[in-house]
Design a binder for this molecule. Sequence first.
Ligand code: IVH
Length: 680
Amino acid sequence: MDKSAKKKIEALREELHRHNYLYYVKAQPEITDYEFDMKMKELEKLEKEYPEFADKNSPSKRVGGDITKEFATVVHKRQMLSLSNTYSEGEMRDWDQRVRKGLGEDFLYTCELKYDGVAISLTYENGFLTRAVTRGDGVQGDDVTTNVKTINSIPLKLRSDDYPKEFEIRGEILMFRQPFEEFNTERAKQGLQPFANPRNATAGSLKLQESSAVAKRPLECFLYSLAGEELPSVSHYENLQKARSWGFKIPDYIGRCENINQVWDFISEWKEARPDLPFEIDGVVVKVDNHKQQEKLGYTAKSPRWAIAYKFPAEQASTILESIAYQVGRIGTVTPVANLKPVQLAGTTVKRASLHNADIIEQLDVRLGDTVLVEKGGDIIPKIVGVNKQKRPENAQKVSFIEQCPECGTKLVRYEGEAAHYCPNDQGCPPQIKGKIEHFISRKAMDILSLGEGKVELLFDREKIHNAADLYDLSFDDLIGIEKTYRDELTGKTRTVQFKEKTVKNILKGIEDSRDVPFERVLYALGIRYVGQTVARKLATHFQRMDKLMQASKDELLDVNDVGERIAESVLEYFSDSGNQKMVNKLQEKGLNMAVKEKKKQTDNKLGQKRFIASGKLQNFNREEIKEAVHNNGGIYVSAISPKLDYLIAGENIGPKKLEKAKKLSIPVISEEDFLNMIQ
Ligand code: IVH
């Protein structure tokens, strides 16, 4: 029986892989959804009955189930470079001249769309998907394999058998416009914050801990390049065609061009057709097709010389400015936001746009009732870039910037040299207090992610907390059963969400765990103006203890490397406030780390006299500190990459030449996180 069960399971898997491909990649299904579901159910039943035949690449894995607590950092086998880009036809033609000169022989271009999603690197070994890693900083990214496996158009097992034993295929994960809109509407219905655009929704989805939740997100994947030792062809274009036959979704929108005029025709065509595409693009990528010629042209520090991205200008739309609202941010910045007559722009409906500050309003000379030009730039929130004065109604009112805080009524101030207006009431203005607590719990600060922005807001509104220190007073009884009723903007119906036992336990555990967060992060968590992570680390290292920092004079503060007048004054002002002093004292009483922990001195031999060198920007160490860390843990820090080196620690923006050298010498390249694990 077991033998026939195994056969049946294998046959069903094979069949489902095929139907999955026909449905999601080819869009040519041969069976109905119902028949597909029945086959899947049968497979799931058998897999449950015979766990000994489990397979992590089974089509049943598409629905997810596994949970990733923390995404492991993985160093890319081949660095994921970025593309140099341009908005100008002239620069495109200059680039073409350079390529022509650099090659001095005939060549072809491949033109592709520049899909606006999240880059991904997929590794296949013996025909199976073994790893999916995000781009990260190009040198190292996050291992999101479990989540990526839920994306139906990504093959778990390849078709045909003429694929290389090991190869990497790269592409872009994205959401199509229509499914994105539907997904966002659904989110709003549930009282959740909608995503600003499909790219953000995609990035957010890939980082979800529960893969079953990822499976429900409408994610797609377009593949656009192959890398490996044994690729079928020297032509990039041919390789993509081959990859299509292995079951990958390779978009049809690819052109082969013989010269820059043909390239420009391709670009012009797609610039025109862009709004009609069912997904977002932000330009066209042009690549020299032949891999050998690519190598001949080589790379600059950051990008290949053989490729360029032509970026389309941001899409614009014209609409009416109906009113202006003012938002108060975490540090009291007051931002004017335009309420617009809803207008379609780059696939989404825009109702609001940022007006930045009073100076911009003045420069634009924008008035209520004006017809304004809205643009989606790199920012999430669209901005107003122009006013059509010909269409100005006669009674259009000039905008006079508010003088009092819309939240707490305090008179607004403007600091010298800054364009923004601020509400100075940082202790009593609700959005500022909430913002401070939200900053306090954020990942890089106290990392209490079991509380989110929504929950902080709820606890604050219910007067369970008045500042960050109050979090440490919360008990199970304070939290259990707290409810919030949302009004669904779309349907007008109300919905209630309640804190249940599991949520409450999670919140309390998150708060408890935060007591271990090191001093420099506690300092950062306080949210002192101008004290970011780096400054917090420098202050912590210099003063070692909170009480010393609190008593420091301006001159003593100025002694710290990189601390100037602005930061010193801000620190002094923060600690001279009695409310802040009280809160810091309370945090100390609650057991948070208020001093740098004694460093272990060279007693550890965790690194076993191995030789290390670091290159690129590290998150946790500067040059001196990494040397010290290697030394204190029994390693040797060397000054150059040589055959004697044992490990290269790769930081952000490490140069490709260094990586190349390490690769040639077969020296393992490790991430900063790997190094931290070694010394922990
Ligand atoms: S090729 C070495 N092709 O653009 C160049 N990239 O700035 C490798 N992108 O991170 C990239 N569509 O996420 C390439 N057809 C396409 C692309 C594309 C979108 C993204 C990709 C990359 C970024 C480069």
